[in-house]
Design a protein around this ligand. Structure first.
Ligand SMILES: NC(=O)C1=CN([C@@H]2O[C@H](COP(=O)(O)OP(=O)(O)OC[C@H]3O[C@@H](n4cnc5c(N)ncnc54)[C@H](OP(=O)(O)O)[C@@H]3O)[C@@H](O)[C@H]2O)C=CC1
Ligand SMILES: O=C1O[C@H](COP(=O)(O)O)[C@@H](O)[C@H](O)[C@H]1O
Length: 460
């Protein structure tokens, strides 16, 4: 077995021709490579497409161009990138790939979840070099049992600290800024509890539709694609107790703790979950077909493109406060934010008129900003309440989300990756909903693409 040169790493991307690789992973890598402390890296792409090095290098250059700035380093890595055609579910082909990778190997599974599982199973026969890191995309498995089995399989391959379960929302600067907002001042944290909060909404409405991703998305749907993964991670950061440090163990322990306390509100999916699918419509100047008519979609699978669930957190801080999570595709507008809605003040003094809407703290995930809608006296009649909005921009952060998570991977820092037990907890939380939807207990509603989604949303 080759002993890795500790300074040299190869990023081996399985699924090199895919959407994730082109649109997010390679631009994130370019941004990271353009930083002064970038790792010494070789890049190898692998996939089923009959590409050669030149074709792959063009793909890498194109994707890098969207993010590399003026730095020469990403271009140098792209010039040396190599491509190997391989079915990554075959042990022999994986061996061939690994043999061609110099130094420490970081294997990135940019693959549909079921192919990732098959590739991990095949890796059991291919001897992994010491220090090999495995990077897995969300959704991690396709259900709780699958996630557990995948965790067991991975544990036989490498130690847990060499497994990075990527959730790129954890690399979004605003998501990380939740930590500073909550724990670096005395303003918000004292009121983030059931004495003061009426409810929390975490919403990720996209105007993007399927975008040619039927091969993956039609097997996933909005609940698995967004809610079970990204939105639960955001919720964990919003609801967890204060960690003593941002050390990986402390942070991940706090997230795991609050997710263990989380369950479906009233334990009744028929009342506290909703699913829907878009029909034909128009977004801006784009005419979209119905989801069911998109190429590659099997309509009978009844995959939802919009999901909503309401959760309860069974602990002292949050008992009685609903957490409403929603994500949908092909919607009229983008709404990407977490909103904390506060209870009414215990008593607004008689004579102060016009309290109409509650105070709200809004954390925007694009644009990256924080806003506080707060009731105060108005500019005119001082006895009439007028809400004002205090706002601040967070800015986009030093690196894009994939640059941030890749930095953690290359540095061997698991802070921004999802721990195995947490991945299983996230499935446990949504499992009653999946079961109920499969059994047909919750109707699949419809909404025209370009609309606000079906009426009577569970979120506010
Ligand atoms: N796209 C996105 O916006 C995001 C995606 N993700 C995650 O990334 C993962 C991949 O998604 P995405 O890139 O969209 O999916 P795609 O379908 O676009 O890409 C999957 C890639 O895997 C390749 N592949 C499939 N089977 C094999 C095989 N047996 N051997 C080798 N290569 C294979 C495909 O090649 P071929 O096409 O030739 O079959 C394709 O290049 C998913 O888990 C998704 O959740 C996460 C965040 C965002
Ligand atoms: O993981 C995913 O995220 C994107 C949304 O994230 P963004 O950072 O690109 O806004 C979503 O469109 C996609 O369906 C999902 O797989």
């Amino acid at each position: 077995m080759m002993t890795p040169d500790p300074g040299r790493q190869t990023l081996l991307i399985l699924g090199a021709s895919g959407d994730l690789t082109a649109r997010l992973l390679l631009p994130g890598l370019a941004a990271l490579l353009a930083t002064p402390d970038a790792p010494d890296l070789s890049l190898v792409g692998a996939g089923m497409e009959d590409w050669d090095d030149q074709r792959w290098r063009r793909r890498v250059h194109d994707s890098f161009a969207t993010a590399a700035g003026g730095s020469a380093r990403p271009a140098a890595v792209a010039d040396q990138a190599r491509y190997l055609r391989a079915d990554v579910t075959q042990e022999q082909e994986l061996r061939r790939l690994l043999d061609s990778c110099p130094g420490r190997v970081v294997i990135y599974f940019a693959l549909p979840p079921a192919v990732t599982v098959a590739a991990c199973a095949a890796l059991r026969g291919a001897e992994l070099r010491p220090g090999t890191r495995l990077v897995l995309e969300k959704p991690f498995g396709t259900d709780a049992a699958g996630a557990r089995a995948l965790n067991e399989m991975l544990a036989r391959l490498v130690p847990e600290d060499q497994i990075h379960r990527v959730d790129h929302f954890l690399g979004k600067s605003t998501v990380l800024n939740i930590l500073g907002l909550r724990f670096a001042n005395r303003i918000f944290e004292p009121v983030l509890n059931n004495a003061h909060v009426a409810g929390v909404d975490i919403v990720f409405d996209e105007d993007l539709a399927l975008e040619g991703r039927a091969g993956y998305y039609d097997h996933a749907g909005a609940l698995r694609d967004m809610v079970q993964s990204h939105l639960l991670q955001v919720m964990a950061l919003l609801a967890m107790e204060a960690p003593p440090s941002l050390d990986a163990r402390e942070l991940r322990d706090r997230k795991a703790e609050v997710l263990r306390a989380t369950r479906l509100w009233d334990d009744d999916p028929a009342v506290t979950s909703r699913r829907a699918r878009y029909t034909a419509g128009t977004i801006g100047d784009r005419r979209l077909p119905a989801y069911a008519d998109e190429p590659g979609v099997e309509a009978a699978r009844q995959t939802e493109t919009l999901a909503e669930i309401v959760l309860a957190v069974d602990n002292w801080r949050w008992a009685g406060v609903p957490f409403r999570l929603r994500s949908g595709k092909a919607l009229a507008g983008r709404r990407k934010e977490a909103v904390v809605t506060f209870r009414q003040p215990p008593h607004v003094p008689d004579g102060l008129r016009g309290y109409e809407q509650p105070d709200r703290l809004r954390i925007g995930f694009g644009p990256d900003q924080v806003r506080l809608d707060v009731n105060v006296n108005g500019p005119d009649d001082p006895y009439v309440i007028d809400p004002v909005t205090l706002s601040a921009d967070f800015g986009p952060g030093e690196l894009p989300p994939y640059g941030e998570v890749l930095r953690g991977v290359f540095d061997g820092d698991p802070t921004l990756s999802v721990r195995g037990d947490t991945a299983e907890q996230c499935w446990r939380i949504v499992e009653p909903v999946l079961t109920s939807w499969q059994g047909g207990a919750v109707p699949l509603l419809e909404y025209p693409a370009g609309s606000a989604g079906p009426g009577d949303s569970l979120v506010s």
